[in-house]
Design a protein around this ligand. Structure first.
Ligand code: PRX
Length: 651
């Protein structure tokens, strides 16, 4: 990737953001950051004491040894995450709006106060309890972006059940695999979702998935679109009806700090998605603190993170972080281009949104449709604009800053991962001078380092390497569901004593961090993580596919697109029908987000003499950067490269 850091401009925090912000200067950030590293136990211990409502105070701040895979925080503490997000606010902000829901149609709004949230969550928790869900049981949530999705997550937390939210865009098969892996006892879903006037079937894929999931005893269904869907009693339970029968109070389970709060599946470099496991106290504390400081959250703000709850961003910054801080959090069911590209700013005007958090792919998609969609609306309420999920290109950054924010807002380009639980590298509004495209500096308590291939730390500035984190932090993932060895092998064993992120990174002359993208076989499509091996295994399940190799390539809107090279079996023709079938295969196995943008049928692939596919070459061909292919003399058959270059031109 081109080095963007050498040509970057520096933006001082706008005055209206610095005014009254938590950290009003870079010096104040540096001081606090230094304190957090000097004595992490004191720093995290005092934060946890103040921010979390404990039933029983913890007795030890941490017990961690990254090299051996041991990570535990706030040992001996008892708390309940739902209590911290809901109950504790009742006496001071019972009538404040907790969830501000905006449906698919503009202006289709529901406002749920903290008091109402408490009642709904209690009712839902009681339904779960009365149907046999107990502490430690796993519950899959496959829902559209409706308030009931948040109620369901919080209800699980309330009774100590572990939720596993599966993005509603994943297929029945993908859902089945995740339910089976976590041995879920129940699924919470809706009849259908709605996005940009289209309906998304949910109950039907659940039915299909659950057929192969003997652990599932009940499917709880919210009637959202009210369309007729199959309903199999007594397995299926109408959640709305059942909630009407429950009392609006449900006691909370006292959970240990280290009890699992949720699993969230994400892609890795091998075929099987991993169930990343997060625990209660550390995750909650970190989600809260980052929400407060990274977005400079203040009591009267209206906070909007438009990510789906099927991703970690939705967990930490639609639900847990904002609610733990007693915020009004916006939940958005629709898409940025419905009914037109002004939808976000229409919402900003109507709800007086103060912080707005989205992904670069959404910014690119609407920026190209013209500034008039933005300028039509009053955005004067905005103070902080956030970006997450992939590197933001400086053009999009500038558009976000100048057109959307009119130069009055702080842009926070936040780098983090499903595994990190919360934001790790980010500007702080008011404090950080920003450079378009750089995530800037680490959050309190976070020690990023750059490693060379041997695991040596690369000191100083103006250097690049593998991004790793040197010391544990409270919200880091604890394990992979059912596979602690894989957890250790992926993140901790490669370089003992470090958490390896899988991203490449540059630290520029001024010490700013620039994420350059994944260094493993994971691609980042529209800010969503996709393992190339997963897509390959979906493709080869087609009877005509002998072999497949998938790589990422630059895509104007998605950031990275999916490029598949496919070798067909004897007797299959490379026609449009077959390409359609291959696409469909991926849609069925994983979901629409994983469908390749380009499929190139080829008689061979560039392989070493030992049979290893040279992905580096495939990436270059897909990106049409064939001027710099490097050494291809080790290939078993170098002529295949020329052939692929020609075929790529013809696509
Ligand atoms: O490659 C990095 C990229 O997204 C990956 C994490 O994906 P996921 O676990 O799905 O979480 C996404 C939302 C937190 C990272 O390894 N990434 C995330 N944020 C940024 C980013 N790359 C560059 N800049 C970012 N701000």
């Amino acid at each position: 990737m081109a080095d963007r850091s050498s040509v970057s401009q520096l933006f001082a925090p706008p005055a209206r953001v610095s005014d009254g912000s938590f950290y009003p200067s870079h010096g104040s950030y540096e001081k606090m950051y230094a304190q957090s590293l000097e004595n992490p136990e004191a720093f995290w211990g005092s934060q946890a004491e103040v921010q979390i409502d404990w039933f029983h105070q913890f007795t030890q701040v941490s017990d961690c040894d990254l090299a051996s895979g041991m990570v535990a925080w706030f040992l001996g503490g008892k708390l309940n995450v739902c209590h911290n997000c809901v109950d504790r606010h009742l006496s001071i902000r019972g009538d404040k709006v907790a969830i501000l829901w905006e449906g698919d149609e503009p202006g289709d709004v529901r406002k749920i106060t903290y008091r109402e949230l408490h009642r709904e969550v209690c009712r839902l928790a009681n339904v779960l309890r009365h149907n046999g869900i107990r502490k430690g049981d796993r519950v899959a949530i496959y829902m559209p972006m409706i308030p009931e999705a948040a109620f369901a997550m919080l209800a699980c937390a309330r009774i100590g059940a572990v939720h596993s939210v599966v993005f509603a865009g994943f297929s029945a098969e993908a859902l089945r695999d995740r339910i089976q892996d976590a041995r879920c006892k129940a699924v919470i879903t809706a009849d259908e979702g709605r996005r940009g006037k289209k309906t998304i079937p949910l109950k039907r894929p659940v039915d299909e998935a659950v057929m192969a999931c003997p652990t599932v005893e009940h499917v709880f269904m919210v009637r959202h679109t009210e369309s007729k869907v199959p309903f199999y009693e007594p397995r299926d339970i109408d959640l709305g009806e059942a909630m009407k029968n429950e009392r609006p109070y449900c006691p909370v389970e006292h959970m240990d700090s280290e009890d699992t709060l949720f699993l969230l599946y994400t892609s890795g470099s091998t075929g099987k998605p991993k169930g990343i496991s997060h625990t209660s106290a550390g995750y909650l504390l970190y989600a809260m603190l980052t929400h407060r400081y990274v977005f400079d959250y203040r009591e009267d703000d209206v906070f909007a993170c438009v990510a789906d709850i099927g991703w970690i961003t939705g967990h930490s910054y639609v639900v847990y972080g904002p609610l733990a801080n007693g915020a009004t959090t916006v939940m958005f069911e629709s898409i940025p281009t419905y009914p037109d590209a002004g939808r976000y700013w229409d919402m900003v005007e109507r709800h007086r949104i103060t912080q707005f958090y989205t992904a670069p792919t959404a910014i690119r998609a609407i920026a190209r449709l013209g500034d008039e969609f933005v300028k039509r609306y009053d955005r004067s309420s905005l103070r902080v604009l956030g970006s997450v999920g992939e590197p933001i290109n400086p053009e999009s950054w500038n558009w976000y800053y100048n057109v959307v924010g009119e130069g009055r807002c702080n842009i926070v380009d936040t780098w983090w991962q499903t595994e990190t639980g919360g934001i790790m590298i980010t500007p702080l509004p008011g404090a950080t001078h920003t450079k378009p495209g750089s995530a800037t500096f680490p959050f309190f308590g976070i020690v990023p380092v750059l490693l060379d291939d041997q695991g040596n730390e690369i000191e100083g500035n103006g250097v690049s390497g593998l991004l790793a984190i040197k010391s544990p932090w409270p919200s880091m993932a604890r394990t992979i569901q059912g596979d602690h060895r894989r957890f250790a092998q992926t993140y901790l064993d490669p370089f003992p004593g470090y958490y390896l992120t899988g991203d490449g990174c540059r630290r520029d002359e001024d010490g700013y961090y620039w994420i350059t993208g994944r260094v493993d076989d994971v691609i980042n499509v529209s800010g969503h993580r996709m393992g190339t091996a997963e897509v390959e295994s979906a493709l080869v399940s087609h009877p005509g596919c002998a072999e497949a190799a998938v790589v990422g390539f630059p895509h104007e809107i998605k950031g990275q697109g999916i490029f598949a090279y496919v070798i067909l079996k004897e007797g299959f023709d490379a026609d449009a029908e077959l390409i359609g079938e291959l696409r469909n295969e991926v849609r069925t196995h994983i979901g629409p987000i994983a469908v390749p943008d380009q499929i190139l049928i080829t008689p061979g692939l560039p392989k070493t003499r030992s049979g290893k596919i040279m992905r580096r070459i495939l990436r270059k061909i897909a990106s049409q950067e064939t001027g710099e292919l490097g050494d291809i003399s080790t290939l078993a058959d170098p002529s295949v490269v020329e052939l692929l270059i020609e075929k790529r031109k013809g696509l």
